[in-house]
Design a protein around this ligand. Structure first.
Ligand SMILES: C[S@@+](CC[C@H](N)C(=O)[O-])C[C@H]1O[C@@H](n2cnc3c(N)ncnc32)[C@H](O)[C@@H]1O
Length: 188
């Protein structure tokens, strides 16, 4: 089964609307007041919708035509200016110095990270959030290729200026805090 077929099947079954990732919700005050933004591997575009509501010119790319069709319909119904396109982000990544804002949530391809840094304009901002290997509960993928090692986001994006970072690993009271994931906001 191709990756696209797999994700199309998942989105065909999914109910409800997508919401933005915590990294974007909690740090949306760090967005510029204007400019362009990309929601990369957007799924049903929870991040793209928040970015569009913030007044940015938004492009959203995903491999799944089902997810993109659902986002296009929702954007039309909500009158949100989102250019949602089926695009393989590995084969066709964003161009160098093309973006004011880049958001990536729950997608990890380590070899793409240098290209993502290049894709930001000077002063551009990256919002990144995904699952970690060190978890307090068995949520998210189990394949370590799709899980961040301890502090790995910091090394993957060390070429950027760090503005916000959160990763609590297995420290302290596991019933509290932001667990199983890490997020970063960084500026070029
Ligand atoms: C776990 S989902 C996350 C979706 C969304 N970012 C979110 O936070 O809800 C991973 C997404 O990556 C997409 N994806 C996987 N490989 C891709 C590729 N090479 N190019 C574009 N999208 C891809 C899948 O179709 C899926 O929508």
């Amino acid at each position: 089964m191709s990756l696209q077929t797999k994700w199309d099947a998942i989105y065909s079954q999914r109910e409800g609307e997508a919401t933005a990732a915590t990294v974007l919700i909690e740090n949306q005050h760090l967005l510029p007041s204007s400019g362009n933004a990309l929601d990369l591997a957007c799924g049903m575009g929870g991040n793209a919708k928040l970015l569009a509501k913030s007044g940015l010119d938004v492009v959203a790319w995903d491999l799944s035509s089902v997810a993109i069709a659902r986002l296009q319909l929702e954007a039309k119904n909500q009158k949100l200016a989102i250019d949602a396109q089926v695009q393989d982000v590995i084969d066709n990544p964003p161009e160098a110095q093309s973006l004011d804002v880049l958001v990536v949530s729950f997608f990890l391809d380590r070899e793409l990270c240098a290209t993502l840094i290049d894709a930001l304009k000077p002063g551009g901002v990256l919002f990144y959030q995904t699952h970690c290997r060190d978890k307090v509960s068995q949520t998210g993928p189990s394949n370590p290729d799709y899980l961040l090692a301890d502090n790995e986001l910091l090394s993957l994006f060390s070429g950027l200026k760090l503005r916000v970072y959160r990763e609590e690993s297995v420290l302290g009271d596991h019933q509290q805090g932001f667990r199983n994931q890490a997020f970063l906001v960084a500026e070029k």
